[in-house]
Design a protein around this ligand. Structure first.
Ligand SMILES: Cc1ncc(COP(=O)(O)O)c(C=O)c1O
Length: 439
């Protein structure tokens, strides 16, 4: 994957002069990106907004059509659970794992996965705090305790070096999340986990089809989950999937939420619970399964088109001093985008505060936002001993804080939007051309 010139390094002043041709904040050169728009008045100062194209079509999600309509209507007139069996098979083949179980959402898939671990009470799981509650909170039902790990503020993913510092004698597993479609460094994480005797799990709720070294995310861990909630890269309105590398984990996960233990081999010790299960019913709605199967067709192509469009925009934006994109700098990944195109601002290098940049971009018509994503470790649930086998440690997580303090989120355009891409780039270049004025 082509990387932005601003990824993972702090460009020196010389790099900047070479790459942009700009001499300093506020100075303008006709051909330099930073100089584009210098002649135009900023919208925030009463000028004309750079973005005039409508966002409606570019932000539309999910994108269902006649195929999905027919699948749902067919099921309406002929109800059946067959779509679950079909989806489980398709998803196992697509990701490349032997066992899959369709659940009513990603949260229930996580609960089944935590149960399948069959770990003694008090076992700890290393997990980023910068994630949705579902990656962590259901652990408590199974006597598991989170160890909050920091993220790298430029990838928004599990920071292995930080994890190495936080391992305890009770740590039994790691659970990285591939945040907004960027694969975590599963190869390095798996190597370290193997050395330490830790189980590797994956939360792939944002990474449907993403790959590292030609292996899809979801196939790296011993167990993993996906969400098919309506905002996700593969939307089924509500739905989830558990993925299992081994038969025993699969049988145990199914026993929790499927009283029939469908799809579990008769030789599996957990099949003796067929008829009662262990008390829960986590089955996916068949209409959701039908929608997911329709959306799986063309998923790779949609992901690739979306990523290519982001590249067009980010290749221009990351030329601007102090502006970076979410990236691991790895060339052996196929990433996708979900929800946001996350950028980061180095205020000192940009010569402007994030607040000023966001204000100026918004005035230009850019849907820019200084998103604060709520880290889990700051929430009351984790501070109260009564909900846990033992109280989780509440650490300082500087990478998590830096991510929230520096991010500049743009929407991910789910549809072809060449006009918006051009206008967004022009809006940024215009704002940067006036950075002396905004400083
Ligand atoms: C990282 C992550 N994990 C798990 C989930 C849970 O999925 P669901 O909403 O389908 O329960 C989500 C949902 O947003 C998520 O973002």
């Amino acid at each position: 994957m082509q990387q932005s010139p601003n990824y993972g390094k702090s460009p020196t002043r010389r790099d900047f002069l070479v790459s942009t041709g700009a001499l300093a904040a506020g100075l303008t050169l006709a051909s330099a990106p930073v100089a584009q728009g210098a002649a135009e008045k900023l919208a925030v100062s009463g000028g004309t907004a750079a973005v005039t194209a409508t966002h409606d079509e570019a932000l539309k999600w999910p994108r269902y059509g006649k195929t999905e309509e027919k699948a749902v209507v067919d099921l309406l007139y002929k109800p059946s659970y067959d779509p679950l069996v079909t989806l489980e098979k398709e998803w196992a083949e697509f990701i490349g794992v032997p066992h899959t179980k369709a659940h009513f959402n990603g949260t229930s898939a996580l609960a089944a996965m935590f149960f399948a671990l069959n770990l003694p009470p008090g076992s700890e799981i290393m997990v980023p705090s910068y994630t949705f509650f579902a990656t962590i909170a259901p652990m408590r039902f199974f006597g598991l305790v989170p160890v909050f790990v920091d993220i790298n503020p430029r990838t928004l993913n599990f920071d292995l070096e930080d994890a190495k510092k936080r391992i305890t004698k009770n740590t039994k597993a790691v659970l990285p999340v591939h945040w907004i479609g960027l694969p975590a460094d599963m190869d390095h994480i798996c190597d370290w986990a193997k050395e330490q005797g830790l189980i590797v799990l994956e939360d792939c709720a944002h990474a449907h089809g993403a790959k590292l070294k030609d292996k899809r995310m979801g196939a790296w861990g011993r167990m993993s989950i996906f969400s098919y909630q309506m905002s996700k890269p593969l939307p089924a309105i509500e739905g989830g999937m558990g993925l299992y590398q081994n038969e025993e984990d699969f049988g145990r996960a199914c026993a929790l939420g499927d009283y029939q233990l469908k799809g579990v081999d008769k030789s599996n010790p957990y099949t003796k619970y067929a008829g009662s299960g262990l008390g829960m019913k986590f089955r996916m709605h068949p209409m959701a399964a039908a929608l997911a199967s329709c959306q799986l067709k063309g998923l790779d192509e949609r992901n690739a088109a979306g990523a290519a469009q982001v590249r067009k925009l980010n290749d221009r934006l990351t030329q601007l001093p102090g502006l970076y994109e979410q990236s691991s700098g790895r060339t052996d990944i196929t990433r996708l985008y979900y929800s946001w195109n996350m950028l980061f601002l180095d205020e000192a290098k940009a010569g402007m505060s994030r607040a000023k940049v966001v204000e100026a971009l918004k005035a230009e018509g850019v849907h820019a936002d200084a998103v604060h994503y709520q880290p889990q470790h700051e929430l009351p649930l984790y501070a109260e001993a009564e909900w846990w086998h033992h109280k989780p440690e509440i650490p300082e997580l500087p990478g998590t804080k830096q991510a929230n303090d520096t991010c500049l989120a743009l929407p991910y355009f789910t549809g072809d939007a060449p006009e918006l891409i051009e206008q967004y780039a022009a809006a940024f270049e215009k704002v940067w051309a006036h950075r002396g004025e905004l400083a």
